[in-house]
Design a protein around this ligand. Structure first.
Ligand SMILES: Cc1cc2nc3c(=O)[nH]c(=O)nc-3n(C[C@H](O)[C@H](O)[C@H](O)COP(=O)(O)OP(=O)(O)OC[C@H]3O[C@@H](n4cnc5c(N)ncnc54)[C@H](O)[C@@H]3O)c2cc1C
Length: 403
């Protein structure tokens, strides 16, 4: 490690010692989670959010002039490492909704100076939450068929239509929405990307309950909703280019194969022994289960190594590319296989919904297994990622319907 990075590590350690509330150590996202937004954040968590936001370290590599930390990729890695050492998490990507992972990076690339100054500091502070209004009842995988319309009334954009599956719409302050601005041209050529405030009379949200119990997403209705003329991101009728880039950022944020429950953070082989029994030599008694767990662990390792290889090839350049589709699909497979295996390992104990007969981890496991089904749908389904890989990476001919 270079001397400069070593010095930076000491700076980070001192800062964390003075600013990270010890009451939050090791508590993960729990104090920042919930579906009610700001109202549910306890005092120590909001203090940590504010201190991290003021320093810009919630979005460490974003330019300091817009509220980011202005750090190099190496410095950001040191920061992340030191936060891990003291049991601190960075809650800002969670609190900003789609702001840090998707809308912000797209504004950085396509936004005007005015848009960057207006929107990025709120995202960096973790106080302004963003949702994404892309999907519609008749436009999911075939997103370009969207019908929500934005009309220029001279002073403002006026938006009418309906979005669906809008994650966090009921607790977000802003929405990045894909809208039709010209119906007379080929469908991909008449779409624009608008930034609009959610807190206005023309916007209504209705939460949809998921099978795992929570209501993290909504139907969103625009009824003469309004957006500033200056809040068109990218060029008029060029929203398709903007959203293609945004979706690459979305996939890149979904490549880590996050555990779907607390329990899954423990080694699956240890859980299997505890639930299913082992031989005197320490091997798992059920040989078939054993070989499937080994298979899963090999896929997990290969996924991790592929992420490391792609990052090394990018030489620390955090640019996203079509490779995000490969990683999203392999992350999906690893996550869903793990959840299925855990369910099998736990047997009846793994499918309880409530009651004293089940431990907290067992109850969480079934919710993780159910909510994990969504991974192969959101951010573009498994099949759609395969289409992108076929066309953009393997160079195979287009066989799907063209817009
Ligand atoms: C938890 C969750 C959160 C979400 N959050 C958001 C959000 O915040 N904002 C937002 O805008 N959207 C969001 N979505 C919506 C998501 O992007 C869509 O569900 C997804 O793009 C699929 O669209 P659809 O549901 O209309 O399915 P459809 O497009 O109707 O697809 C149905 C099935 O057909 C397959 N299929 C469709 N077309 C093809 C093709 N050409 N080739 C091969 N197979 C095909 C699909 O793979 C799928 O299996 C979210 C979804 C989920 C589950």
């Amino acid at each position: 490690m270079s001397e400069a990075l070593d010095q930076f590590r000491h700076e980070v350690r001192d800062w964390l010692a003075q600013n990270f509330p010890k009451s939050l150590a090791g508590r993960g996202i729990e104090p920042f989670g919930g579906v009610e937004g700001e109202a549910t954040i306890p005092e120590d968590a909001s203090l940590w959010r504010d201190r991290l936001g003021d320093k810009g370290w919630g979005t460490p590599t974003w330019p300091a002039v817009y509220g980011g930390g202005g750090l190099s990729v190496g410095e950001a890695a040191v920061l992340s490492d030191e936060m891990h050492q003291v049991g601190a998490i960075n809650p800002i990507p969670l609190l900003a909704g789609m702001g840090v992972t998707m809308v912000g990076p797209t504004i950085l690339e396509y936004g005007t100076e005015e848009q960057k100054k207006k929107h990025l500091p709120g995202i960096c502070s973790g106080k302004v939450r963003w949702c994404l209004g892309l999907s519609e009842p008749n436009a999911g995988s075939d997103l370009a068929s969207l019908q929500t319309k934005a009309e220029d009334n001279g002073d403002r954009w006026v938006i009418n239509g309906q979005k669906i599956w809008t994650s966090g719409a009921n607790i977000s302050q802003w929405c990045g929405a894909l809208v039709r601005t010209d119906s007379s041209v080929a469908k991909r050529d008449g779409i624009s990307f608008l930034l609009l405030p959610m807190d206005q009379p023309g916007v209504e949200t209705r939460p949809i309950k998921l099978i795992a119990g929570a209501s993290p997403f909504c139907e969103t209705f625009f009824n003469d909703a309004e957006a500033e003329k200056t809040d068109l991101l990218g060029k008029h009728n060029d929203g398709w280019s903007v959203v293609k880039r945004l979706l690459q950022h979305e996939r890149a944020s979904q490549t880590g194969a996050r555990p779907t429950s607390n329990k899954s953070a423990q080694p699956i082989q240890a859980l299997a022994k505890a639930y299913c029994g082992s031989e005197p030599d320490g091997t798992l008694s059920d040989k078939d289960l054993r070989s499937r767990i080994v298979d899963h662990l090999m896929h997990t390792k290969a996924h991790g190594l592929t992420i490391a290889r792609i990052s090394a090839e990018a030489k620390g350049n955090p640019e996203v590319s079509a490779a995000a589709s490969i990683l999203k699909n392999s992350a999906t497979r690893v996550s869903q296989d793990r959840a299925e295996l855990l369910l099998e390992v736990m047997g009846h104990q793994g499918i309880g919904w409530d009651g004293d007969a089940f431990s907290e981890d067992e109850l969480e496991n079934v919710r993780g297994w159910l909510s994990g089904k969504a991974i192969s749908i959101y951010g573009g389904s498994f099949e759609i990622q395969n289409n992108i890989i076929a066309k953009n990476i393997l160079g195979l001919p287009e066989t799907t319907q063209k817009g």
